[in-house]
Design a protein around this ligand. Sequence first.
Ligand code: FE
Ligand code: CA
Length: 514
Amino acid sequence: MTTRRHFIAATGAVLLGGPALLRARSPDADPFALGVTAGDPAADGFVIWTRLAPRPLELHGGMPMTPLPVTWQVAEDSAFTRVAASGETVARPELGHSVHVEVQRLKPDRSYWYRFESGGAMSRIGHARTLPLPGSRPAAIRFGVAGCQNYEQGYYTAFRHLAGEDLAFVYHYGDFIYEGASRPTGPAPTPWGTTLQNVRSHLGQACYTLGDYRQRYSQYLTDTDLADARARHVWLASFDDHEVANNWADSIDPAGTPPEIFAMRRQAALQAWYEFMPVRRASLPAGAEAAMYRRFAVGDLLSVNVLDTRQYRSDQPCGDGFKPGCPEVASPTAQMLSEAQEKWLLDGLRSGGARWNCIAQQVMMMPLDRRGTPDAPEPVLNLDSWAGYRAPRERLMRALHGVDNVVVLTGDEHRHFVGELNDDRGPVGVELVCTSISSGGDGSDRRADTDMLLANNPQLKFVGDQRGYLVCDVARDGWTSRLMVVDQVSEPGAPVSTRLRVEVAAGEPRVRVA
Ligand code: FE
Ligand code: CA
């Protein structure tokens, strides 16, 4: 056990006289300005994360290009009187002085508090939870779902409310950053009849280099609502398209960049993703690939299969977009997950260890007809979603007929959707598409196409276009999700409310909404 005084003295001594120490001691240059977070929970620990950056928006975060020691503590209480684990690690310039500590040997299913120290400066205190033991039989668990947080398009009020929820963990479905340059501020009409006006601006041009992506993540983390939600919860991080480039697919850039050139941008982007996310060393990128799909067990109650629907998929068919499909939609060689990931998913689902089988992924699995006008002659598909990848989708639906209690959690759409997954043999599970934290701006409960979507898609039970997040209560006999919405995101401080309660009874792949 390390006392607080020893904790500070140990690292202070190493850094005495160094330029980092001088900067770290300046009250306006907190080396922990990017905050702290935790992720990838297990029954015996989790990852704790921070990043030394006294001037986060500058090149190298204002850090000297040398490795620096960082000490850490994990305690059973927020006053750190009962320290459960502590140690020292190295913040390396190669990884932007980010720190990922895989804390082990903690007790299952309980809260911990953690903090870091470097150069005499102490970080804020973060909170994390371990998961229940794999063999245990939990009665219930509550977790959150969030993502799609365009910095320009709205305030992070939903993160403020999410930070106040009591959650075992939060699944993040990606679009943590948006890679584009600042778009001109509005007010501009959206295609769906609302008005979009930027509330703040991205720094710099579109992200291409590691430095660009680092600056973009850092800018997002200057938001205190996001920083507080990161410090309060333990996260299951993933990524979607905007961590790299809009609608990328494997080595294919929709802008037509040669794949071997795009691979360089993808490598920079995924390195930055790793640097800023509380993920395990197993996700450290090797070249342009970051291993991201992985599984979490909540006792025997819930298995969470986090998928990667970007790195291994084939190109979007028919030139991508929202439009009628073409024969390419039915390509038998199309992949959404890759053969290896699909096998990993199905092996996990069929092992039958969990009461509830959650598939936590990014793009919509329901092949919805998106026609928005009555005179549209044929179904319109979102070709970036599973609707554009018929063969892998049908393979998965067939496989899910043998799996009990499947709930798919999805992002990307910037709208809440609730519906059922099925094929010609019948229903196989439920899909809950979570809206966005801020992307798309204020939105509204209904859009012009709401009634038509519901009429053209009988498996769809609800659609809503306000910003927010999900709270999921999983019990042995039923799954309840609350669709949380904030009134608006164009001004800070909006209240949050429950727009809809969604209930799924165990043993029945149907959804009831109230
Ligand atoms: Fe998004
Ligand atoms: Ca997306």
